[in-house]
Every structure is written in structure tokens, then in C-alpha cells.
Design a protein around this ligand. Structure first.
Ligand SMILES: [Zn+2]
Ligand SMILES: [Zn+2]
Length: 372
């Protein structure tokens, strides 16, 4: 059997043994075994991560290709014959497919040895939860000697044969904030001796809406969502404290900085207006994934005739692949893996499945990054 069939088996094997971030020990052992069986000398990196270099038969640049390794804390509810054997853990984002594609590519490259330069395949622990495995791998040298870095994400919303790839922002800064308002509580009949935290929280939520509408330009996209507002104990008690939480999505570091500053300013000054106080906890998620122009365009050009390449709108999700692109030129794309009958469940759903026809295609798509 060739890599075309093996890639499907690899994914099924990995699907059975999903593990959470930085705990990918069985996954590590499985990848290690396969890479060694191809004649490679893998190296452990960043805890459960692995990298291996494959030398071509011509001179050329060193290209790094990444797959993420972790599953999600979710009980699988599909009817797949290779369903998760780990209760409460599931590959529900397609990272099993990413690893299989990269293994398939390593198998193909070691078999053919007909490419320029060096290809470094690397498997990264923990993409799903902060702080992500990428910063550790970079610190431990995964990009040393590397000229460009590429990666992909399976994408169930689009069919097999579709690829989303564009220069510039591909995915968002995905941040979260918590605003704690401290007022003075009291009897519902005596507002004059209180500082009503529920009222202040309400004003804060309204005032935060002016960030997007009045502090950002027309071509600076951003989302500021207040997801929860909590405060108060009873109908006739004025609340002493209240809490507002929310999420922010932006597509540049500049816009991100503006929004963070404005949230803090508005929360504190709104509270001050009513003689109360507010503290803001702003937690940055993964930075925006920004594809480099030359690499994204060249890869898209190489994919012509193989798949339908669309330059999609930036995806408001987050991805720690962003860190690699802050250090080296490269690109990240979405590879359609929707079921042919449109029955695909969304990523992170317990019903999530992958159309396996996307897997051998994924090997070819990554292969075409080598000379991009
Ligand atoms: Zn995910
Ligand atoms: Zn994912």
C-alpha cells in the first residue's frame, strides 16, 4: 500500500487515541514509530512534540511543515468504527487528520527523495488551549535554519477540493476580558446612599459599543461582545458588585491595542462617573495569523489546477500558528473536508467527522508548499 491509502489508516489510528494538550504521549509514540519506519531520525521537542528533517536530492531552502496534535475535552458521539477509545476526549477539530497528512507527506518524501532542499516536518502539542505549544517549540529551536513555514487546517464548512488561502490576515486575535465593578450596596428603597453596580454595569455595556462605532475606522474590523453580565442578589437590594465578561476579535495588532486600551478606559471612567471603581482583566489569546504575501501567493499559484483556491474572509477563530509567522515567512490555509452529502457537523462538535478524501489531497497540497 502506498501513502495514499496509509494516510487514511494513520488518521483512523490517531483518532482512536485523542489526548489533551501537552499530554499527547500515545500520539507521540505512534508518530515516532511511523517516522522511524520511514528511515527518519525524529527528535522530541517541546515535551510531547516531534520534529524530523528530510533531505531532498537537490539544493534548496529549508521548509518547515507543521501539524498540531491535541484533541478536545469532549465525549465523541459519532458512529465511526474508529471512535475515540479515551472517554471524554475526542479529535473534534481534525488535528488527527493534520498529523496523518504530515505523516503521509513524510512517507512520500522519504520514498521519492525527489525534491529540493530540506523539509522539516514537525508535530506541535497543544493548539486548543492557551498558551499553545508554538511558543515553546520556537524557544526550543523548531525554526532554526528554517527559511519558510507552512501549515493547514481541515475545514468542514467547505467541500473537498476547496482551499481557503489569502495573503494578509487569515484568522483573528481572539481575546477575552472581565470587568469587575465595585460599588456600594444597600436597600432598594434608599438609592441615595448606594453606588449601584448593576446600573454601572449596564452603562458600561452600552458605552463599550462605541469602541467599534466611534473609535475605529471603517476599514478596521473588530468585534466587541459582552457575553455575560452578572450582579445582584435580590429584587429589593442594590448590588454592591457586578461583573461583565466578553470577547474581542481583531485582525491587526494595532487595532487590538486600541480596543484593549478603550475597554479599560471606558470601564474605569464609567465607574468613576458614578463614584465607583472598576478593574479590567484583559487576556490576550493567540495573535492574528498573518500570511506573508509572497509565500501565500506562490502556494496558491502552485495549487492551481489541483483545487479551487478562494481568498476567504479572515476567520474570527484563533490559531497559534500565528507565532511561527511572526518569526518566519510562510502561510497557513484551510482545506475543505466537508462530507459529500453536506452532513458535516461543525468543528468542536461531538458529531464532528472528516471526509477522508481530503487526506491524500492534503498530502499533495502540502507537497506543493515545498516549492512555493
Ligand atoms: Zn479547534
Ligand atoms: Zn484546530
Amino acid at each position: 500500500m502506498g501513502w495514499q491509502e496509509n494516510v487514511i489508516q494513520y488518521r483512523r489510528d490517531l483518532h482512536r487515541i485523542p489526548e489533551l494538550g501537552f499530554q499527547e504521549t500515545k500520539t507521540h509514540a505512534y508518530l515516532w514509530d511511523r517516522l522511524t519506519s520511514f528511515g527518519l531520525e525524529p527528535k522530541a521537542i517541546g515535551g510531547t512534540g516531534i520534529m524530523a528533517d528530510i533531505k531532498g536530492n537537490q539544493s534548496g531552502r529549508t521548509v518547515a511543515l507543521r501539524a498540531d496534535m491535541d484533541g478536545l475535552p469532549l465525549q465523541e458521539e459519532t458512529a465511526e468504527p474508529f471512535i475515540s477509545e479515551h472517554p471524554g476526549v475526542m479529535h473534534a477539530c481534525g488535528h488527527d487528520g493534520h498529523m496523518a497528512i504530515l505523516l503521509g507527506l513524510a512517507e512520500r518524501l522519504t520514498g521519492e527523495r525527489n525534491f529540493p532542499g530540506t523539509v522539516r516536518v514537525f508535530f506541535q502539542p497543544s493548539e486548543e488551549k492557551l498558551p499553545g505549544g508554538a511558543p515553546t517549540l520556537i524557544e526550543e529551536g523548531v525554526l532554526e535554519g528554517v527559511d519558510a513555514v507552512y501549515g493547514l487546517h481541515l475545514w468542514a464548512d467547505d467541500p473537498v477540493g476547496w482551499v481557503g488561502l489569502r495573503p494578509g490576515p487569515m484568522m483573528a486575535n481572539a481575546d477575552q476580558f472581565t470587568i469587575r465593578i465595585h460599588g456600594v450596596g444597600g436597600h432598594g428603597s434608599q438609592p441615595q446612599v448606594t453606588k449601584d453596580a448593576v446600573l454601572i454595569a449596564s452603562q458600561t455595556v452600552v458605552n463599550l459599543q462605541t469602541i467599534v462605532s466611534r473609535r475605529l475606522g471603517a476599514f478596521e474590523p473588530a468585534v466587541v461582545t459582552c457575553g455575560t453580565i452578572k450582579g445582584g442578589q435580590n429584587f429589593n437590594i442594590i448590588a454592591e458588585t457586578a461583573e461583565v465578561t466578553g470577547t474581542v476579535r481583531t485582525f491587526s495588532l494595532e487595532t487590538q491595542a486600541t480596543v484593549e486600551e478603550e475597554i479599560t478606559r471606558i470601564a474605569q471612567r464609567t465607574a468613576a462617573l458614578y463614584d465607583a471603581s472598576a478593574e479590567v482583566d484583559y487576556v490576550k489569546g493567540y495573535p492574528v495569523v498573518i500570511n506573508h504575501e509572497r509565500e501565500a501567493n506562490a502556494w496558491a499559484e502552485n495549487l492551481r489546477g489541483l483545487v479551487e483556491v478562494e481568498g476567504p474572509e479572515p476567520n474570527p477563530g484563533g490559531e497559534d500558528f500565528a507565532y511561527y509567522l511572526q518569526h518566519r515567512p510562510g502561510a497557513f490555509l484551510f482545506l475543505g473536508c466537508g462530507q459529500d452529502d453536506n452532513s458535516s457537523a461543525p468543528h468542536h462538535s461531538p458529531h464532528f467527522t472528516v471526509n477522508e478524501r481530503a487526506l491524500p489531497l492534503g498530502v499533495e497540497v502540502l507537497y506543493r508548499a515545498i516549492e512555493a
